[in-house]
Design a protein around this ligand. Structure first.
Ligand code: GLN
Length: 483
C-alpha cells in the first residue's frame, strides 16, 4: 500500500518514477476518509488543495525539478498558520479564522514541494497532554481507540501512526511532540530552541515553544528538519548557525558514543514495562558500541513546578490578544469590557482559563519575584545540570514518558495527574536542548513505549545518528497499528 511507505521510501519511489505524487496523495486522502470517523486526527482536510499541489509536483518533476519534498503528503498541526486555510489552535475562539500569512516552517515545506493534506487536532493552544482539551473533540490513539494519542500534537502523531500522512509538523513547549510520538509509536524530534523559526506559530510560551517534526524513522525526521531549520529574519530568536546535512549524519556508527542514563528518570511512578523496555533499548545502544554510564540531573524534580509557572505566565501574556476585537470569535456586548468578558468566557476552554489565571497570578505585583523570577532561576539550575552532564557524555537516554497511553477520560478531571505525564520531557524544553522520541517496544496491553534521546543544544545530528543506528538493528518503528 502506498500509505505504508516511509517518507524516505516515498522520496525514492517518486524520484525513480515508480509512483506519482497524485497517486500517493489520493491514497492518503482515501485512507483519511476511511479512518477519520474513528480517529479524528484532522481538524481540516484540504483535499482540493492537496490534489492541486500533487499535480503541480508531478508537473515540476517532469520538468526536472528535484526539490527534496516534492510530492510528499504531510500533515500540519493546527497551531501553525496557513494562509487562507482555517487555523484554530484547537480553540473555539479561533473558529473560522483564516490566517493572512503562512508560518515559516510550513512555507519552507511547501517551497520544498510538500503536499499539505490538512491541519491536525491539538489541545487548545497546545495546552495539554491528550488532545482532550481540543475545542473540537479528542483524537483517538490508533493502537487503541479507547486511549488518548497524547498531546498536545496528538493529531499529528496519530496521523503519522495511522498512515494518514507520511510525516507531520507539531510544536513542543514541554513535550508536545515527544510525548504523543511515544504514545502513538512514531518518531519525533524537538529541535534546540532557535533552530526553527517560530514565525506564524500561535504562541503559547514564547521562551519554550519550538516547532518539531514527526515521521516513521530517524531518516524521515532528518529529511523534514533539514528543510525547516535555519535562520528566519522574521523570528529574532532563530539562530544564524548554518544548517548541517542531517541525512549525512546518519552513518549507522555510534561506536564510542558516550550515553548517560539519568537516575532521576527511572524513579517510582515509572511503569515497570516502560523501565524494562527502555533499559533494553539502552542495552541495544551499548551493543552497537556506545559507552553507557549512569549520570545525575539533580534538579529534575523541579522541572514540573517551574514549568507550570513559566509556561502559564507567558501564556497569560500571549493570550491577551484574543479579545474579540482583532480576530476570531466576537461576542459583542456594546461596551468593550463586557465584550472582552463574554468573548473570552465563551471562546476559551477550562484548561486555558486555568492557565491564564495561574499565569496572571504568578506575574502580578508582589508575586513576580516569588514565583516567575524564582522559577527562572531554577530554570538556570536545570540548564546547568545538562551542561555538567554534557561535559561527560554525548547524549542522554531515558524514557519519554513515565507510562504508556491512558484511557480517554481517565485524567480529564485531574489536571495534576495530566501534568505528571510530561515530567520526563519538560527539562529538555526548559534547557532549550534537543529531545527526540523513538519507538522501542510495547507494554502488556500492546501500547507503544518511547525511548527519549536528549542531546546538547544544536547537536541534532548526533541525536538523529543514535536514533537511526538503533533503527537499523530494530524494527519497533516499523510496526503498524491494527486498524
Ligand atoms: N503537556 C504540556 C502542557 O500542557 C506541554 C504542552 C506542549 O508542549 N505544548 O503544557
Amino acid at each position: 500500500m502506498l500509505t505504508d511507505l516511509t517518507l524516505s521510501e516515498a522520496q525514492a519511489a517518486l524520484r525513480a518514477g515508480t509512483i506519482t505524487a497524485v497517486a500517493l496523495t489520493q491514497a492518503h486522502l482515501e485512507r483519511i476518509r476511511a479512518l477519520e470517523p474513528d480517529l479524528h486526527a484532522y481538524l481540516t482536510v484540504t483535499e482540493d488543495l492537496a490534489l492541486q499541489a500533487a499535480e503541480e509536483a508531478d508537473r515540476r518533476r517532469a520538468n526536472g525539478d528535484d526539490s527534496p519534498l516534492l510530492g510528499i503528503p504531510l500533515a500540519i498541526k493546527d497551531v501553525l498558520m496557513t494562509r487562507g486555510v482555517p487555523t484554530t489552535a484547537g480553540s473555539r475562539i479561533l473558529e473560522g479564522f483564516l490566517p493572512p500569512y503562512t508560518a515559516t516552517a510550513v512555507q519552507r515545506l511547501l517551497d520544498a514541494g510538500a503536499v499539505m493534506l490538512g491541519k491536525t487536532n491539538t489541545d487548545e493552544f497546545a495546552m495539554g497532554s491528550s488532545t482532550e482539551n481540543s475545542g473540537y473533540g479528542p483524537t483517538r490513539n490508533p493502537w487503541d481507540v479507547a486511549c488518548v494519542p497524547g498531546g498536545s500534537s496528538g493529531g499529528s502523531a496519530a496521523a503519522v501512526a495511522a498512515r494518514l500522512a507520511l510525516g507531520a509538523l507539531g510544536t513542543d513547549t514541554g513535550g508536545s511532540v515527544r510525548q504523543p510520538a511515544s504514545f502513538c509509536g512514531v518518531c519525533a524530534l524537538k529541535p534546540s530552541y532557535g533552530r526553527v523559526s517560530r514565525y506564524g506559530v500561535i504562541a503559547f510560551a514564547s521562551s519554550l515553544d519550538q516547532v518539531g517534526v514527526f515521521g516513521r524513522s530517524a531518516a524521515d525526521l532528518a529529511a523534514l528538519l533539514g528543510v525547516i531549520a535555519g535562520h528566519d529574519p522574521r523570528d529574532g530568536t532563530s539562530m544564524t548557525l548554518p544548517v548541517p546535512d542531517y541525512a549525512a549524519a546518519l552513518t549507522g556508527d555510534i561506536r564510542g558514543l558516550r550515553v548517560g542514563v539519568p537516575r532521576e528518570y527511572f524513579v517510582e511512578g515509572v511503569q515497570p514495562a516502560v523501565e524494562k523496555t527502555v533499559r533494553a533499548a539502552i542495552d541495544q545502544l551499548a551493543a552497537l558500541g556506545a559507552e553507557v554510564r549512569p549520570i545525575s540531573l539533580p534538579h529534575t524534580e523541579y522541572a514540573l513546578p517551574i514549568y507550570y509557572l513559566i509556561a502559564p505566565s507567558e501564556a497569560s501574556a500571549n493570550l491577551a490578544r484574543f479579545d474579540g476585537v482583532r480576530y476570531g470569535l466576537r461576542d459583542a456586548q456594546g461596551a468593550l469590557w463586557p465584550t472582552y468578558k463574554a468573548t473570552r468566557g465563551k471562546g476559551f476552554g477550562p484548561e486555558v482559563k486555568r492557565r491564564i489565571m495561574l499565569g496572571t497570578y504568578a506575574l502580578s505585583a508582589g508575586y513576580y519575584d516569588a514565583y516567575y523570577l524564582k522559577a527562572q532561576k531554577v530554570r538556570t539550575l536545570i540548564r546547568q545540570d545538562f551542561d555538567r552532564a554534557f561535559a561527560e557524555v554525548d547524549l542522554i537516554a531515558a524514557p519519554t514518558t513515565p507510562a504508556t497511553a491512558f484511557r480517554i477520560g481517565e485524567k480529564a478531571d485531574d489536571p495534576l495527574a495530566m501534568y505528571l505525564s510530561d515530567t520526563l520531557t519538560l527539562s529538555a524544553s526548559l534547557a532549550g536542548i534537543v529531545g527526540a522520541s523513538v519507538p522501542c517496544g510495547f507494554d502488556e496491553n500492546g501500547l507503544p513505549i518511547g525511548l527519549q534521546i536528549i542531546g546538547p543544544a544544536f547537536d541534532e545530528p548526533t541525536v538523529l545518528r543514535a536514533a537511526d543506528a538503533y533503527q537499523r538493528v530494530t524494527s519497533w518503528h516499523s510496526r503498524r497499528p491494527p486498524l
